[in-house]
Structure formats: C-alpha cells, structure tokens
Ligand binder design. Structure first.
Ligand SMILES: [Zn+2]
Length: 290
C-alpha cells in the first residue's frame, strides 16, 4: 500500500550543512516520500561562536538551508534555533564563565526573537551535555536551560531538548522544570530518544524517537504524542555515522505496508503530535509540502 495522499511525512530533527550533502540529502528525502523537516541549527564554522554576531550568522545559515529545501526541492523545512548547550564547554574555557553564560543568554533571546518573527518554530537544541562536565559548567548549563524555558514561554513555542537518553523519571523531571517557569510540559520534546517510554507516562514531555527499525516497530501503536527523527548530521567526513535523511519516509512506508500496523498509525507522529506540541499542522497538497 502506498503512503496515503494528504499525509505529510515528517522528520522531526535533522541538520543540513552548506558544506555537506545539503540539498542533495533533501532530494533523497523527497524521493523516498518525505515532505517536511524540522531543521535544527548547528555550528557551521570551526569552533563555537564567540559573539552574538556569530550566532546571528549561524541562524541565518539555517534559515537559508530551509529556504533552499523548499525552493529547490519542494520540502518544507522549519528552523529550530538555539545556542547548542555544549557550546558552553568551549566558550567557558575561552571567554570565562560569566561572559560565556551572558553570550548564551543573548543567543537564546535572539532565537526567541526569530520565533516571534515566525522565522523559526521552536528553541533547540537546549538542555544538557550528554557527558559529565565540571561543577562550574554544570551550574551554567542549568542556568541556561532555565532561561531557555523562560524564552520559550515568552515566545509561545516548544523547546527541543538535547540530553542523555532518559527514563520515565527523566521525562518527569523535564515536566517539573517546565512547570516551574509556566511552560506547558507537553511543549518540551526530548530529541534523540533511543528507548520507548510508556505511552502517557511522561507527565507531558514528548519523545522524538530515533528512527531505528526495531524502535519504530515498538512505538508505532502508541497513542500519546511522539515523533520520528534521524538526527541526520550531514557531515561528509562521517558517512554512515547516523541514519540517512531518507530513513523516516522509508520507515513510514514499512508501517503503511505492514499487516499489523497500517497507514492510519502515521497520523500520530506526523500530524496529531505536531498539532499538540506546536499548535499547527504540516500541510500537503497533491504534489508535496505546502
Ligand atoms: Zn541534533
């Protein structure tokens, strides 16, 4: 059975670099049936940004890649912007803890402005390094995460969280942090989730699952919100280090063709969950993304 027309096929987290495969990767996504991407920013220059201008430049590149995906391939790409939490590690070493944190806050404020101007749809990636850091950096990381949640509240948008893989308790902790600042817990997305969390047990935060075959099969019947992503890195020096951008449409096709699954399950990750978390739905017409 083919993918139903009218159903958007959405990769909820990927990166695209002007120095990588870029638009060619989007062509593979489109050829496999993909229609919409959530495009997370990244450092495109060597080293981490040391000034707000450098972050502004970085966000412009993400916006430009999103525009190219639509203009050249017809795939709608939604920018997701924030200073990467791990930037704090190198920035603290080079700028000192106070200046590094101040820059990080300003970059979060800038990302919030992009959202309010409708040039981005969420703050991300925000959160915590997935490896242990020293006490000074850990303190900065927590302050930065708190500020990110406040900016999301004030900009009326979701946050996309980078962290180590989480259990149900970890999801509950994210819910508590969101509530503290008055952000709806179901506007928090844990990206790169690698284990199924029991549907309805997170207290609000939504898993964005890495689209590995086994994991997709496990979660495909879950009715509370969830997303699928590749976290495609678009780094030509690391081919095969991550899932290719064509993966989500391929998994969607497999679900649609499977006797015990079926295409109707796909409305949860690609439409209902976007509506719940973001407040709007990705639209398609006869030929692709609108
Ligand atoms: Zn990422």
């Amino acid at each position: 059975m083919p993918l139903p027309s009218g159903l958007p096929i959405v990769d909820h987290h990927c990166h695209l670099s002007p120095d990588g495969d870029g638009v060619r990767a989007v062509e593979r996504f489109r050829a496999a049936g993909g229609t919409h991407l959530f495009l997370a920013t990244q450092n495109y220059e060597p080293g981490v940004p040391r000034s707000l201008e450098a972050y502004a430049r970085q966000f412009e590149v993400t916006g430009m890649m999103a525009k190219r995906a639509y203009d050249e391939v017809g795939v709608r790409a939604y920018p997701v912007l924030a200073p990467y939490p791990i930037d704090l590690v190198e920035a603290t070493a080079t700028l000192g803890p106070e200046a590094a944190l101040e820059l990080h806050f300003s970059a979060l404020d800038l990302a919030g402005r992009w959202v309010r101007e409708k040039k981005a749809v969420a703050l991300g990636e925000v959160g915590r390094p997935h490896f242990p850091v020293d006490a000074v950096i850990a303190t900065s990381v927590e302050a930065a995460f708190h500020h990110a949640l406040e900016v999301a509240r004030d900009s009326d948008c979701p946050v996309v969280v980078h962290s180590a893989d989480l259990t149900e308790d970890g999801f509950a902790e994210l819910a508590a942090r969101a509530k503290e600042v008055g952000l709806r817990p179901d506007r928090v997305v844990k990206h790169y989730a690698r284990h199924r969390v029991v549907s309805g047990s997170t207290g609000g935060p939504v898993p964005s699952y890495l689209a590995r075959r086994e994991l997709v099969r496990e979660v495909s019947h879950d009715s509370s919100p969830w997303f699928l992503e590749t976290d495609y890195l678009d780094d030509l020096k690391r081919p095969g280090a991550v899932l290719d951008l064509a993966t989500v449409p391929r998994r969607a096709t497999a679900i649609a063709e499977s006797a015990d699954q079926g295409a109707e399950l796909l409305w949860t990750p690609f439409v209902k969950s976007v509506e719940r978390v973001y407040g709007w739905r990705p639209e398609v017409d006869g030929t692709g993304a609108k």
